[in-house]
Design a protein around this ligand. Structure first.
Ligand code: SAH
Length: 365
């Protein structure tokens, strides 16, 4: 194990307070105010650790800009609308989305932009890429800080970065998975002696009856409840992420460095940690506060329904041969099924005001 400054700090926390839940470990690794992964670096692109859809093609953000314009119309063209992005990374998606909104001046004049970001490093990158945008833009640490009123929320690969708890089924119940220290002082995974009280009360039957040893991952519902509350009246949120449509057992916590999978406990603070999104649980939380849910549909279907092929065709008309090949490759990567494509693993779900009809792209499968 590499001794990083964060590794030393976590080891000390464990020595003092005992084994640490996986969720707390993940949270410290990603967003520790001094050593957190997102706080200290820009992880995107060829020289970084991973790539996301908006970094693959400008078409992704452009289609989301069109989506936002349609939703604004469906909301009855309110005079003031907040376009909110959660975890905007480099700001590429917002930049591409705002470019297409220029064709609808009435929408633009209603628009203010709100970026919810914890990392000062990412915020700096966002300020740079959006420096030529002539719209009011505000940064927030939490969605709750964004002023009230009609809202359109976009979140791509945001929820997968939020901390995930793991519980392990045993004869005595579900036990929280924790990180402790072995005899040599190295991190080691274990479980708490006592089960989590009443943990399976709200679990679906299929998970309750999982065999001993099964791992179930869950996230704090608060972000989902906050999104639901924010859009339940005059709003819509679009959540795009990799994950499963039905809650299920299985471990999906994964770590990446330089586009390769690495062990999640190696190099704390220097690697990306994520886990799949449980869309069923997300939907339940949003519905719990009165919001409606549409989808999830696969990213491939969503982008196709929004017209990715026609948009690519337009771009190809002004492209060199090499550029045209790049456009084709990008569209394929965003929409294709299978292990390399992002079209099937990635899902798109809307959480919205129940008065809204079917939103663009969320055609049922
Ligand atoms: N949406 C972007 C970036 C995804 S990476 C894209 O698709 O390229 C996750 C983003 O969420 C980063 O900007 C990261 O700094 C931010 N982030 C991570 N944890 C967060 C939290 N708890 N609150 C707000 N933003 C967070």
């Amino acid at each position: 194990m590499v001794r990083t400054p964060l590794e030393r700090e976590i080891r000390r926390l464990i020595e003092v307070a005992g084994p640490m839940p996986v969720a707390r470990y993940m949270s410290l690794c990603l967003t520790h105010p001094q050593h957190g992964y997102y706080v200290t670096r820009d992880p995107f692109g060829v020289n970084g650790d991973f790539t996301t859809s908006p970094e693959i093609s400008q078409i992704f953000g452009e289609l989301l800009g069109l989506w936002a314009m349609s939703v604004w119309r469906m909301l009855g063209e309110p005079d003031v609308v907040r376009l909110i992005e959660l975890g905007p990374g480099r700001g590429t998606m917002m930049s591409d989305a705002l470019r297409v909104t220029r064709m609808l001046p009435k929408f633009q004049s209603a628009l203010s932009v709100h970026l919810v970001e914890v990392s000062p490093t990412m915020e700096k990158a966002q300020r740079e890429i959006l420096s030529d945008v002539e719209l009011p833009i505000a940064w927030h640490r939490d969605l709750i800080e964004v002023p009230e009123g009609p809202a359109i929320i976009l979140a791509n690969e945001y929820l997968d970065a939020l901390p995930v708890h793991q519980v392990v089924k045993q004869a005595t119940g579900w036990h929280e998975r924790v990180i402790g220290l072995d005899a040599d002082g190295e991190f080691t995974l274990g479980v708490t002696a006592e089960p989590v009280p009443h943990f399976d009360r709200l679990l679906p039957k299929s998970i309750k009856s999982a065999p001993d040893g099964a791992i179930f991952e869950w996230r704090d519902d608060l972000p989902a409840l906050d999104i639901g509350r924010r859009v339940v009246k005059d709003g819509a949120a679009l959540v795009i992420d990799y994950g499963h449509t039905q809650s299920d057992v299985g471990e999906t916590l994964q770590a990446m460095k330089a586009h390769e999978f690495v062990h999640p406990l190696s190099e704390p603070g220097l690697i990306d940690l994520t886990a799949h999104v449980d869309f069923q649980r997300l939907a339940q939380a949003a519905e719990n506060v009165g919001a409606a849910v549409q989808g999830p549909v696969t990213q491939g279907r969503f982008l196709t329904a929004l017209g990715i092929d026609a948009r690519a065709e337009r771009l190809r008309m002004n492209a060199t041969f090499e550029q045209a090949q790049d456009i084709d490759a990008a569209v394929a990567r965003l929409t294709e099924t299978g292990s390399v494509g992002m079209g099937e693993l990635f899902k798109v779900m809307a959480i919205c005001d129940p008065k809204l009809g079917p939103l663009p792209g969320l055609v049922s499968e």
